[in-house]
Design a protein. Structure first.
Length: 258
């Protein structure tokens, strides 16, 4: 089986790495022009493959898909939000191969057995083929329709992307101190470990959860007086940090009142 991965970004590079570790040969190519002189990928450039995996940003997926004409091949995209209908009638064998993980080209993932994979296909035979392909990397495979996959992706944004923003803000708050960000890691790890054993609502702690107005008012006052640091940081303003603090505290407090 010949497999090509279109898109050499974070997802495509990690998929290529993962398949290679399993002894499965894949071709990894850039799907979009890197410079003004580069040509958009087309079926003349990547023909004769059995499986086309489109690891493409959502805004470019339709354009890249339209350039490939391989009606007998299996076409899969890796998006958490794009519908299966992005593949037109000229691609009757198509589906979704969505690995629910945060990827980067700087740190390639070697172990995929614990990564959930959410799949979908146009018919039972295609679903079986997609399942078999996913099974080479992980045993945690689930069928997911468009509705569920969209909600999962949004949940991932909150659980991962927005949580990481909180880490960035925390690091910025410490910029004018002698305390390194690493001092927060045991706290971060402990909080993450707790939600493996209990509901997030039950794991909530802190002054907003306790309704401790005195502490919150003092912390807002401290944040409002923080001046830009001479150290390298994200550069969040005092007003931005106060606004985030107040908005999150209000949501936590609202949750405690229900």
């Amino acid at each position: 089986m010949r497999i090509v991965i279109l898109g050499a970004g974070s997802v495509g590079t990690n998929l290529h790495h993962a398949f290679t570790l399993k002894g499965i040969k894949t071709e990894l190519i850039h799907a979009r022009p890197l410079t003004a002189n580069d040509q958009m990928v087309n079926d003349q450039m990547v023909n004769g493959f059995d499986v086309y995996i489109y690891a493409i940003a959502d805004q470019a997926l339709r354009e890249v898909v339209s350039k490939i004409h391989a009606p007998k091949a299996l076409h899969l995209h890796t998006s958490g939000t794009m519908p299966i209908e992005v593949f037109g009638e000229d691609k009757p064998h198509s589906g979704i191969l969505y690995f629910f993980q945060s990827f980067s080209r700087e740190v390639l993932i070697d172990e995929w057995s614990g990564i959930p994979c959410f799949i979908s296909g146009r018919n039972i035979d295609d679903i079986a083929a997609i399942y078999s392909l996913a099974q080479t990397l992980t045993s945690r495979i689930y069928e997911a329709n468009q509705h569920d996959r969209e909600r999962l992706h949004i949940a991932g944004v909150f659980a991962n992307n927005y949580t990481n923003l909180m880490y960035r803000i925390a690091a910025d708050i410490l910029q004018d101190t002698q305390i390194p960000f690493e001092a927060l890691l045991p706290l971060i790890d402990n909080t993450a470990a707790k939600v493996h054993k209990m509901k997030p609502a039950d794991a909530q702690t802190g002054p907003a959860q306790r309704g401790d107005q005195a502490v919150m008012e003092h912390q807002i006052e401290v944040l409002s007086k923080q001046v830009p640091s001479t150290k390298e940081g994200d550069g969040f303003t005092a007003e931005e940090k106060v606004a985030v603090y107040q908005a999150l505290a209000a949501l936590i407090g609202k949750g405690q009142n229900h």
